[in-house]
Ligand binder design. Structure first.
Ligand SMILES: Nc1ncnc2c1ncn2[C@@H]1O[C@H](COP(=O)(O)OP(=O)(O)OP(=O)(O)O)[C@@H](O)[C@H]1O
Length: 473
């Protein structure tokens, strides 16, 4: 006697009997838009007339004995036969129409699969539109949430396109960052505060072979000296007496397989420098209070705004650690040295700020020129604050022009670069080169980075401008 469910070991007395099937199949057949049955070799044993019509067949008889995949290319009947499991609700494409199908396996009394039957429940998805679009929306939300979660668990928010800038200096930074992504070597990022060292570290990780693994950042300057070792190498269970006897992973273990970002590495005390060097040389760490070493595989990206070479000369930084960290060095220039980028960076930042505030603002050329008059000791972080203040202070729909910028710009007295202590007389070629570089930068600012317009303004050809820019970088 055939059944719709297996009856192995006689445990399930509820398998559908032939009588029930005989009663149910006509009911289903009548209610559905088509019905089909196949044997264990996936050959069609039965096909009703309405399904034959739906499939565009001249008659049902002609399909009997044929392999089901030849008649219905997207069928999943072979899967039902292979797994013995029903597919209760599925959407199947057939000649550009979508059919809602239910497929059930058929068993004999001994629990052997003998075939499968399928019913087309709907051949018109119109009535299901609200359900289907809700499903699609939920699906999209799920995919977006998964993506956000994955990048959060990896600890990164930025990739290389987030490092804004098109000046020769910025392009060189990006070129070196791309190089760093392709090589699994330590990187040292040098730059003043707010120049984007963390942005770049994350971008390098995101474009590297370790991208799917963790990016773990630690700001050395922010961790009290006596906690640094535990922070880096973790704590074994029971290492401390008192309340917290549990073990805790250190940043090295958390970053295993991925990237460890050591921000403000110049602030690391000498004893900790020795321990870090050992961990990097040996590729293993020992948790505090443990006598076991654990192998770790981390790629280190270190960053500092300090002059490490001067610190080495003063005995404040270990030269062996410096050479270990500085396999590939990337110097990020301060904003005042790439004023040609002020326009594009401001526009990008205004876009970001706008996302948070709901009001879009544009900056005018005179606004950008006003920004160029400032020295930007806090670099892009400071520029962001200034633009945010300018946006808040501006009248509704007011463009950010020079007036709007000067209203919020710190006074230039606070920001003048340190006086240059140079001999007054300098070689003429140098003076000319500096004047030329200044003229080019001013033209680029005036034209908001548009090189064709800048070249026209300078009265030189575009190719000569490119040549000069390449020499300047
Ligand atoms: N080139 C850039 N393009 C776009 N945004 C940038 C860029 N550089 C920095 N920023 C923005 O400026 C802020 C500071 O960047 P980040 O934290 O990477 O700087 P940092 O050099 O690591 O600073 P610090 O040394 O103070 O930690 C962030 O909001 C970042 O998004």
């Amino acid at each position: 006697m055939s059944q719709l469910f297996p009856n192995k070991n006689n445990k399930h007395k509820t398998g559908l009997t032939r009588e029930l099937i005989d009663a149910l199949v006509p009911l289903f057949e009548e209610a559905s838009a088509g019905a089909i049955a196949v044997d264990t070799e996936c050959r069609i044993t039965w096909l009703n007339q309405s399904y034959a019509q739906l499939l565009g067949l001249a008659d049902a008889e002609g399909a009997i004995g044929q392999e089901v995949g030849r008649v219905i290319p997207h069928t999943r009947m072979p899967e039902v036969i292979a797994t013995g499991k029903p597919l209760l609700l599925d959407i199947m494409e057939h000649q550009q129409q979508q059919l809602v199908v239910t497929r059930l396996p058929f068993y004999d009394e001994s629990g052997q699969i003998v075939g499968a039957v399928a019913f087309v429940l709907y051949d018109d998805l119109q009535p299901l539109t609200p359900l289907v679009s809700k499903f699609r929306r939920l699906h999209q939300d799920l995919a977006a949430a998964r993506k956000a979660l994955a990048s959060k668990s990896r600890g990164t928010r930025y990739n290389l396109t987030d490092f804004i800038g098109a000046s020769p200096a910025a392009l060189e930074v990006k070129r070196r960052a791309r190089l760093a992504s392709g090589r699994d070597v330590p990187v040292l990022l040098l730059g003043e505060t707010g120049t984007g060292k963390e942005v770049l570290a994350q971008a390098i990780h995101s474009a590297s072979a370790r991208a799917e693994k963790a990016f773990v950042g630690v700001n050395v300057a922010a961790v009290p000296e006596n906690l640094l070792e535990a922070e880096f190498f973790g704590v074994a269970p029971g290492a401390y007496t008192g309340a917290d006897r549990r073990s805790r992973d250190g940043k090295f273990q958390l970053a295993n397989g991925g990237t460890l970002f050591l921000d403000e590495v110049g602030d690391m005390p000498l004893p900790m420098q020795a321990k870090l060097l050992r961990a990097l040389q040996e590729g293993e760490v020992e948790a505090l209070g443990s006598n076991r070493v654990t192998p770790v595989d981390v790629r280190v990206i270190a960053a500092t705004s300090q002059n490490l070479e001067a610190m080495i000369a003063e005995g404040q930084f270990r030269s062996d650690l410096y050479y270990r960290l500085n396999v590939l060095e990337i110097c990020i220039p301060p904003l005042r040295e790439r004023v040609a980028d002020l326009g594009v960076v401001s526009e990008a930042l205004l876009g970001e700020i706008w996302d948070g505030h709901g009001r879009r603002r544009e900056i005018t050329d005179s606004g950008v020129a006003a920004l160029a008059s400032y020295h930007w000791p806090g670099n892009i972080r400071e520029l962001r604050n200034v633009l945010e203040r300018a946006m808040t202070m501006a009248e509704a729909d007011e463009l950010l022009d020079a007036d709007a910028i000067f209203r919020v710009l710190p006074s230039s007295a606070d920001s003048q670069p340190a006086p240059v202590t140079q001999a007054f007389t300098r070689p003429l070629a140098r003076v000319v080169a500096e004047a030329e570089a200044e003229a080019i930068e001013q033209a680029l600012v005036a034209c908001r980075g548009n090189r064709t317009r800048a070249a026209r303004l300078l009265g030189i050809s575009r190719s000569v401008l490119y040549e000069k820019l390449a020499k300047m970088s």
